[in-house]
Write a protein that binds this ligand. Structure first.
Ligand code: SF4
Length: 330
């Protein structure tokens, strides 16, 4: 056993959990192969394989699976249900392994642990241990690998640094709270909020982060906000949000609104029910903070770069004009 090639599509929850998955699988001797950044070819593969009604990020995920499937012994596609009390993942994540198997052909076997802490307190651990048995028959080593991967993942989340994962280190350099505090002192701070697979996939969002950075804008993201701050901001809602990923987006939007940063761009995907609902929540809240500009960019496979560039320029222009006006009238 050992040296199994396990493929992880670089899409969807890759942007949330890759450090944990990679660390666990590699410490057991597996070779982790990722599909790499999204490209036009990957997108075309996904669009061809998926039904048109499905959300854009899932189409992109299908493309990553197709580009990876012939290079690996297994595909790692967990069924993510629940990782915290009272909140869940979007139904697409609950059915992701089944959707992939029924829509795509000639796939290698899937490793599809169900992550659902409602079943029992130990279910998270047990799912990983079951995966470990596919790679190694050394139970002690599997336990050890799980605890070490979990510990370093927590450290990663806390410190927002990840030396173990050079593939995403560039996007994560901005995750430090210290950096956030420094950013707040600079003149133009724009938060890019949305599901991590939209915010950090440069192909999907048409390079928005680097374009903003080129114009010397401080790009702020939800990952810069501490979990306890997010939870505190969410308390003001009359009804709790029961989607794990959306909680982070809404809580951080409220946080940035209160900090009165210059603007918030909410990145959403076409055909996403969660996005349309939380978009409205954020928009309503933003009305209480007239100095914080707010806009929403919707992405799908037809979104054109020129359209996004024009909207970004207009949004930034509006902020700069307002700032000039304020400085001339105070
Ligand atoms: S949350 Fe929205 S974008 Fe994400 S997988 Fe679900 S439907 Fe698609």
């Amino acid at each position: 056993m050992g040296n199994l090639k396990i493929g992880i599509p670089q899409a969807l929850l890759y942007y949330e959990y890759f450090p944990l998955w990679k660390n666990f699988l590699e410490s057991l001797g597996a070779e982790v192969i990722i599909s790499g950044p999204t490209t036009k070819e990957i997108l075309d593969l996904g669009v061809k394989s998926a039904i048109s009604e499905i959300c854009f990020p899932v189409k992109v995920f299908y493309g990553h699976v197709m580009s990876l499937k012939d290079r690996v012994d297994y595909l790692f596609i967990p069924r993510m249900v629940c990782v915290e009390k009272g909140a869940y993942f979007c139904p697409k994540f609950l059915g992701l392994p089944d959707m992939v198997k029924s829509s795509l052909s000639s796939l290698p076997p899937l490793i599809e642990p169900t992550i659902d802490i409602r079943k029992s307190a130990t279910s998270f651990k047990n799912s990983f241990l079951a995966v470990g048995k596919l790679i190694s028959n050394n139970s002690k080593k599997i336990y050890q690998s799980f605890y070490e991967a979990q510990k370093s993942f927590h450290l990663y989340l806390q410190s927002k640094e990840n030396e173990l994962n050079p593939e995403i280190i560039n996007i994560n350099q901005q995750y430090s709270t210290k950096l956030l505090q420094n950013n707040m002192k600079n003149p133009l701070n724009i938060a890019l909020l949305g599901h991590s697979y939209l915010v950090y996939d440069a192909f999907i969002n048409l390079n928005l982060i680097s374009k903003l950075k080129k114009t010397k804008i401080n790009v702020l993201t939800a990952e810069m906000v501490r979990k306890q701050d997010i939870e505190r901001k969410l308390k003001r809602l009359h009804k709790p949000i029961f989607w794990t990923l959306s909680k982070k987006i809404v809580g951080s939007a409220f946080y940035f609104l209160e900090k009165r940063i210059d603007g918030i761009i909410h990145l959403t995907s076409f055909e996403c029910g969660e996005d349309s609902m939380i978009g409205e929540l954020i928009r309503q809240e933003s009305l209480k903070y007239p100095t914080v500009a707010y806009t929403e960019f919707v992405f799908d496979e037809h979104t054109g770069e020129a359209g996004i560039d024009t909207r970004t320029e207009a949004f930034l222009d509006m902020i700069i004009r307002r700032k000039r006006y304020e400085s001339n009238h105070t």
